[in-house]
Design a protein around this ligand. Structure first.
Ligand code: F0G
Length: 469
């Protein structure tokens, strides 16, 4: 497929080693087949995450030299604040060291135990921060968003009817805010339409509840709106992003994604009443309001990144690079989540390895094979990450989907490297019947995927696979 080539040239290179297969086998052994435990230096193409892995531009690097490291009132803060205000229209801008701190500040200020936060889909840290306040994180994405093969241009949309029913039943005393994640990471990086955001806002207005965005990938979301939403193709991505932000009254942001920086984030909001409680907590756990948890130079890099990410040549290249990887896989018959989202391709591991039972971790099997044979790191988002024992019966409970995420860092890898990844996946796919499953030998009680240890099963027990593929 043809897609826009890189709208940049390479000025600095970071050599990557291609270590021997024998060395990778040794590391896998030592790591208990867990890719979170292998040294990054042994990886050739690292698709673990698109977060904090972006390449900064020459202008961003130059900006770091302009860092004003004054404790209070750094000039970089004022530039950063102006940039975020222009972008979002939100009056208050609180820098944080990354997205989850913005979540912590917001939920600490707004939530009480027993309350409910609806979102299209909560990202893990967002859910964890809601639950840390004793509140309930409720996912209300449309039904198509849960079906990997459903073709819908905005699979990140929220189910407005369900939101309306929730607010009708519980009102604002039980639901103190609504969130929309753009793009919807947990749902495959799928976008939310402007029409949906406006409809969500209308429901929020009816019940007097504020709408906040989880805006990590707001620019990619706006690009999809320009591409797909009727009547939006004549507008700039910047204008579309602003219309989106205008639907809400604030946002949390991990600038490690569309901020094009390696660390940073912010909380933006309109309400003066929120400022005091947020600032008090910020001072205790993060820092003074003109630096958050960052250095002045980081604020400069973030301000510049938030401008650069709106470059439509960059965004066209970015989205098509990810989509191109998806197309190479789909053309070879590899089952992937369709349509491809903004930051990652997701392989449907249940259909990739139809002979492997969920309890034998088909997704992790593919993750292990991609590293062992080709030096590629990906991440399982399936039975290893979300599976657990039912506290009542002790039985294994597995999620509906077993996916492998190939998240593409921004401005880092070339098309040839994407082709290498696609060819590697396809090579394993062609031999898919030869692979056995994996077995857990250690699991922690929470977030087990970070520390789990596994071994290969000698052979797949007959009839292991319980249900149809
Ligand atoms: N919200 C979304 C939608 C995210 O994808 C992330 C991070 C966060 C919040 C938290 O931001 O990491 O800066 O604290 N996602 C990364 C990922 C980790 O790999 O998808 P953070």
């Amino acid at each position: 497929m043809r897609f826009p080539a890189e709208p940049f040239r390479i000025k600095v290179v970071e050599p990557v080693r291609y270590v021997s297969r024998a060395e990778r086998v040794r590391w896998l052994d030592e790591a208990g087949l867990n890719l979170f435990r292998v040294p990054a230096e042994t990886i050739y193409v690292d698709l673990l995450t698109d977060s904090g892995t972006s390449a900064m531009s020459d202008a961003q690097w130059a900006g770091l030299m302009l860092g004003d490291e004054s404790y209070a009132g750094s000039k970089n803060f004022y530039r950063f604040e102006r940039t975020v205000r222009d972008l979002t229209g939100y009056r208050h801008v609180i820098p944080t060291h990354q997205g989850r701190m913005a979540e912590h500040l917001l939920f600490s200020a707004l939530l009480k135990p027993g309350q409910i936060v609806p979102n299209n889909s909560h990202f893990d840290t967002t859910r964890a921060n809601v639950e840390a306040q004793g509140a309930v994180a409720l996912d209300l994405v449309i039904a198509e968003g849960l079906d990997p093969s459903a073709d819908h241009p905005f699979k990140g949309n929220m189910d407005v009817a369900r939101l309306d029913a929730l607010l009708r039943d519980h009102g604002r005393s039980k639901v103190p805010l609504v969130m929309l994640t753009i793009t919807n990471n947990s749902g495959g990086g799928q976008p939310v339409s402007l029409e949906n955001a406006r409809a969500v806002r209308a429901v929020c207005d009816r019940y007097g509840v504020p709408l906040f965005f989880d805006a990590c990938r707001f620019a990619e979301n706006a690009w999809f709106i320009q591409e797909r939403e009727p009547g939006q193709d004549g507008k700039s991505v910047r204008a579309i992003a602003r219309e989106m932000f205008d639907c809400g009254v604030g946002c949390t942001m991990s600038a490690k994604k569309d901020g094009l920086v390696n660390i940073g984030g912010f909380l933006g909001f309109q309400a003066d009443a929120l400022e005091e409680s947020v600032t008090n907590l910020l001072l205790r756990v993060e820092g003074f309001p003109t630096y958050g948890g960052l250095a002045g130079r980081d604020l400069e890099g973030m301000a510049r990144g938030l401008e650069e990410v709106l470059d439509e040549d960059y965004l066209a290249f970015r989205i098509h690079q990810v989509r191109g990887l998806g197309s190479m896989l789909a053309d070879a018959g590899v089952p992937i989540v369709q349509p491809v989202g903004g930051h990652a391709v997701y392989i449907d591991a249940k259909r990739f390895f139809p002979r492997l039972a969920p309890g034998h971790f088909p997704g992790q099997r593919l993750v292990v094979e991609l590293y062992r044979e080709f030096g590629i790191r990906t991440v399982e988002v399936g039975s290893l990450m979300f599976g657990h024992k039912d506290p009542g019966t002790g039985e294994d409970v597995f999620p509906a989907l077993d996916l492998v995420r190939l998240a593409v860092p921004r401005r880092v890898y070339t098309f040839e490297q994407m082709r290498y990844v696609a060819q590697s996946v396809i090579e394993i796919f062609r031999k898919r019947d030869a692979y056995t499953g994996l077995r857990l030998t250690y699991e922690a009680p929470v977030l087990r995927h970070f520390t789990a240890r596994l071994v290969e099963m000698a052979s797949e027990p007959a009839g292991a696979r319980g249900e149809a593929s």
